[in-house]
Design a protein around this ligand. Structure first.
Ligand code: PLP
Length: 356
């Protein structure tokens, strides 16, 4: 292994690459990781020297607080390679800001932009060969932070580990998704951690989602915990509805994650001259619209799938199937957004940042 120092980041290169063992045409999402990872530890009240090093398991004390009290947060973002082999990130400062907001809510230390973004930059440069060009290919990026301090006393850890993993991805198609509107379980509550990308939010969703799966639904549309009448998110994505020609989505709140895909799609929709309304959408309103034919589309929005089309929903034991649309807003918005991300269309919003 050779060791060098750039921008105060230590770089330890892997002696060999796994890249030739990977079938890039048949990637399952989040299953394969590149040769290197980025790591930075927080100790004695400060962030230590960051390092890019070979991907490998980590050794931890079994009493580390992450295992007992769940101090764990993450981000999800993507990088793309253009036809000149330049690598581009999509709105990375938004992910950094949101990561720190999650850290504050989970009583974890914030991470400086210079560590988060420069670390990611160095990691992507080292594993650049793993970022593939062309239709639907991207590099899924998983920054995360865990509490590594030892001891089971129930208070915040004084030591943390921040890491970034890279996982090559093909376009993600979830198939035809049917959803069930939650009438009992909740993803988030006012005063809770729903607006943070906390690992436990996902763990808590698995059981109600399994119940939905057993009934033939792939995902749950989460509602507000107090009344279960407002439609808030679809699985781990923000959710959009099209009623007649109006695109609707709920305002972000303590219960709704401030998705970067969500706000980017809203900006694109406005630029395309589509009518948008950011307001609470009620389950009863959706049922009415489904019955009178004005409900045209429902789709989820998030980094992994970009847009995930929902073909029908169940509410109070009644199933409603959506009609097929020729002028789908979901496809239009997905095409415009991925065009910008892949550098196929002009980035009039200034959202893309080159890795260099
Ligand atoms: C990450 C996430 C989203 C989508 O956010 P993006 O920034 O668009 O990827 C939506 N809802 C929840 C609950 C999430 O965790």
């Amino acid at each position: 292994m050779s060791t060098t120092q750039t921008n105060k980041i230590e770089i330890i290169k892997a002696t060999s690459s796994k890249i030739n063992d990977v079938d890039f045409d048949n990637l399952s999402f989040g299953a394969v990781f590149t040769d290197h990872l980025f790591e930075c530890d927080f100790k004695n009240g400060e962030w230590q020297t960051p390092v890019v090093k070979p991907y490998a398991p980590i050794l931890m004390d079994p009493s580390s607080k992450v295992f007992h009290y769940g101090q764990a947060i993450f981000e999800g973002m993507k990088a793309y390679k253009d036809d000149k082999d330049a690598i581009w990130l999509f709105r990375p400062e938004e992910n950094h800001k949101r990561f720190n907001a999650s850290a504050v809510r989970m009583a974890m230390p914030e991470i400086p932009e210079s560590i988060f973004l420069d670390g990611l930059n160095e990691l992507l440069k080292l594993d650049a060969e793993w970022v593939k060009r062309g239709n639907g290919s991207s590099m899924y990026i998983r920054p995360f932070m865990i509490a590594t301090g030892a001891g089971v006393v129930a208070n915040p850890s004084d030591e943390y580990k921040f890491m970034i993993l890279l996982s090559p991805a093909k376009s993600y198609y979830a198939g035809e998704v049917k959803v069930i509107i939650a009438e009992h379980y909740s993803r988030a509550a006012n005063g809770g951690i729903g607006a943070a990308k906390a690992a436990g939010n996902y763990g808590a969703q698995f059981y109600p989602t399994n119940l939905a799966n057993k009934d033939g639904f792939q995902q749950v549309i989460w509602t507000d915990d107090a009344t279960h009448t407002k439609l808030e998110e679809a699985g781990t994505m923000n959710v959009f509805f099209r009623i007649n020609d109006t695109l609707l989505t709920a305002p972000t709140s303590e219960r709704i994650l401030d998705g970067i895909t969500r706000k980017s799609l809203l900006a694109i929709a406005e630029k395309e001259g589509l009518k948008t309304e950011v307001r609470s959408v009620l389950a009863s309103e959706l049922v009415e619209a489904a019955k009178d034919g004005s409900l045209k589309e429902i789709f989820g929005a998030g980094t992994a799938a970009v847009v995930s089309v929902i073909k029908g929903f169940s509410y109070k034991d009644e199933y409603y199937e959506l009609p097929k649309t020729d002028d789908s807003y979901a496809s239009l918005l997905k095409e415009k957004l991925t065009g910008i991300q892949n550098k196929l269309a002009e980035d009039t919003f200034n959202w893309t940042v080159q890795v260099k």
